[in-house]
Design a protein around this ligand. Sequence first.
Ligand code: G6P
Length: 482
Amino acid sequence: MSNRLFIISNRLPVSIEETENNGYDIKKSSGGLVSAISSYLKSGGKEAFSEQIWAGFPDCSPEVWQKAHAEANAQSEYDYLPVFINKDDYNLYYNGFSNSLLWPLFHYFPSFAEYNDEDFETYMRVNRSFADAVIPQIRKDDMVWIHDYHVLPLAGMLREKFPDLSIGLFLHIPFPSYELFRTIPKQWQQALLSGMAGADLVGFHTMDYASHFLDCVEQVLKVEHEGQSFLYNGRRVKADAFPISIDVDLFHKAAESPEVRRHKNNYLELKGDKKLIFSVDRLDYTKGVDNRLKGYHKFLLDNPDYIGKVVFVLVIVPSRDEITKYAEQKKAIDEYIGNMNSSLGDIAWQPVLYHYNKIPFDEMVALYGSCDLALITPLRDGMNLVAKEFVATRTDKKGVLILSELAGAARELTDALLINPNDITEIAEAIKTGLEMPVEAQARRMEAMQACVAGYDVNSWATDLTKSLTAVKKNQSGTEVT
Ligand code: G6P
């Protein structure tokens, strides 16, 4: 048993909603980051640390938190440290700088990026509030893990106070090439990169992202890297790839659970002798849903024999709906589906079954398990865990994965049918190939992908991060290259 694990991310793994009559509702967050860390702690990771603290925004006022936090803490394996941010600041930091500049730019949507001084200033100020909230709680021998693009400058702010603290920063989205990064005003480039360089270890999903980061550091901070690391203010900083994954056992077991079987039987009955295509994403223009629909549309027009014999279940989980680009994306998807269903479908058959809402875990796993084809076509994606979840669920070795080559997961899942998500014809052709793939070929590909996902699951990811951070600290004599 050693040090404490101190996690910092924009959101806490729990949010508190105020209800009528001064009540409250405690809602657990189910995102990839929370499930990754919770699975790691459940399966042994907990023994490595004496305590786990999680700092982040609780999505409620201090007054509501005061009423609810004891109960929220009691239900959790973490001690929560809330970072309160007023509504206006949160808007400019979250909807503004984080999600209207960093998110589109880092996902190669430069024309969507909004460069506003006020957003940047607020982003820095909110990061300072995170630092102010955690600094009094941090002990020198804690291991600090900072997560994602909302808090890029935070490591540098903590470093000012704690020269020897172990700090890891993990980016859950792509890191872009210098040619894109340099479109950000110079002062902002400097603030982001020097902040990131406050960490000892900066983790990315792929080596490409790590190389882009090292390249930007060289161009902007004017420090050359040797291999995967560079010296910054006398401290060696390492950048490396840690492809995040899933809790494979959870999906294996869920696939066999009675609840999932019950849902699966319902879906199989609904499907009848039709083929079933499935996808699930957060609402986001990076997910390539428009091209996915166009590819499916083209497939049906090119292969009219399939009309009435295939159904595409498209689940979109609402997200960031205060941002115009997201609202526009929602409108475009709604319209496309409406037109397609009315032009190709009839009362008895609709080509797309569209569900715009959250979906319970058991139902999602049942859909992974009953579809013939999972269609995952992001225009850019840091990793894409849906692809890995689908693979881990298919204990029957059936089903085909069509995956965008611009998702981080494509680096590992090379036995998927890899497509360019901007090539509508390629998507349409891959759908046909996938639906007609012999079961032996499906099994061969599925087994290869399952071996890959099982070979590096979420515990490997977290253990690797921890070990690597410990090694960087040990080797940090100032000169040694790790
Ligand atoms: C991505 C980001 C996460 C984020 C999640 C949901 O996966 O990398 O940091 O939490 O999207 O987005 P939201 O804006 O709802 O937190």
